[in-house]
Design a protein around this ligand. Structure first.
Ligand SMILES: [Zn+2]
Length: 321
């Protein structure tokens, strides 16, 4: 889904939830009336009183006595209802059909902009749509385990990088720098890029995670007119944060390099941050890609340090905590 589809879907989901909630509210009130029949009588007396008052108001009569009569009657009935509810230990608005979100009355927005309920739903859908929902569920900052980095110099590097990643995610906006995670396989690059992506998606940013190979395959499918399963390559250009994992593991062709260059270059020009991870060292990048791509990667990206440790291997051997 692209950004506008995500918004539309969020709106749909909220409407569905609001309608379901209304049904459950009506059931709750029906049960309340069954338990305390006087409440139902009060409700119908109040509505009868209201319609008689409306007739009176539209009749053009200016009788103050009559006006006071309707007003007094309404107040007495409301007072009685309040007392009955209190005697049953219920809140005084228990008779009313409530919206699912009391802040916006299920409109999805308030005068301050998008309501929290909308943002929450949008961020859940964004995460689901980001490529980070299933396989990467456990890759969060809280589950990043520094105890695998046993050498002090490794640990120090990873503490620094973890801290930077957390701050990056916490204060994320479209002006954040691009990050190039370089390091050996298993050093925590994918883990940290996923943790950043999830934290950003949870804040409602439109995040897209993809491996270099999958991204290229999608462009290939598009080129040959096949429908792609990922929802279109548009998201590689218009997402708030694009995470490309495992650059260099793709099957290298002229086409694959032009795809990567095109995405990287276009995002550099239109300022949408990227996080790219690769097992390559700088000199290996130069051997693999053309200079124009390598210079963009090395000059326009920040490169946090990663320890020279294969955590996946250590986990298999049962080291760490
Ligand atoms: Zn709301």
């Amino acid at each position: 889904m692209n950004r506008s589809e995500l918004f539309r879907r969020t709106d749909e989901v909220l409407r569905e939830k609001s309608a379901d909630f209304r049904v459950s509210e009506e059931r709750r009130i029906a049960a309340l009336y069954e338990k305390i029949p006087r409440l139902k009588e009060i409700a119908s007396e109040l509505s009868g009183n209201m319609s008689r008052f409306m007739n009176f108001a539209f009749s053009g009569s200016k009788s103050e006595d009559e006006f006071n009569f309707y007003r007094k009657k309404s107040l007495l009935l409301q007072e009685e209802r309040k007392k009955i509810l209190a005697s049953h230990g219920l809140p005084e608005d228990a008779w009313d059909v409530h919206p699912r979100c009391r802040k916006c009355g299920d409109a999805g927005y308030t005068e301050k902009g998008l309501c929290e309920c909308f943002k929450k739903e949008l961020s859940a859908l964004t995460l689901e749509n980001s490529g980070l929902s299933s396989d990467y569920k456990n890759k969060t900052f809280d589950s990043f385990d520094l105890s695998y980095y046993t050498r002090p110099e490794d640990r120090e590097k990873m503490e620094l990088t973890l801290d930077y990643a957390k701050k990056y995610a916490r204060s994320f906006d479209k002006k954040k720098p691009n990050l190039l995670f370089m390091g050996r396989s298993g050093s925590g690059k994918t883990f940290l890029s996923c943790a950043i992506g999830k934290a950003c998606a949870e804040q409602g940013f439109y995040v897209c995670y993809v491996t270099a190979q999958d991204m290229i395959s999608e462009f290939e499918a598009e080129k040959f007119g096949k429908a792609s399963k990922g929802g279109g390559t548009e998201r590689y250009f218009d997402s708030d944060l694009l995470i490309i994992d495992d650059l260099g593991s793709e099957f290298a062709t002229q086409f694959s390099e032009s795809v990567i260059y095109n995405v990287v270059n276009s995002r550099l020009n239109s300022s949408g941050p990227m996080i790219i991870s690769t097992n390559f060292r700088p000199q290996e990048l130069s051997g693999f890609y053309h200079e124009r791509l390598v210079s963009r990667l090395l000059n326009e990206f920040l490169t946090p340090v990663f320890a020279d440790v294969d955590v996946r291997e250590l986990k298999k051997l049962g080291h760490g905590s």
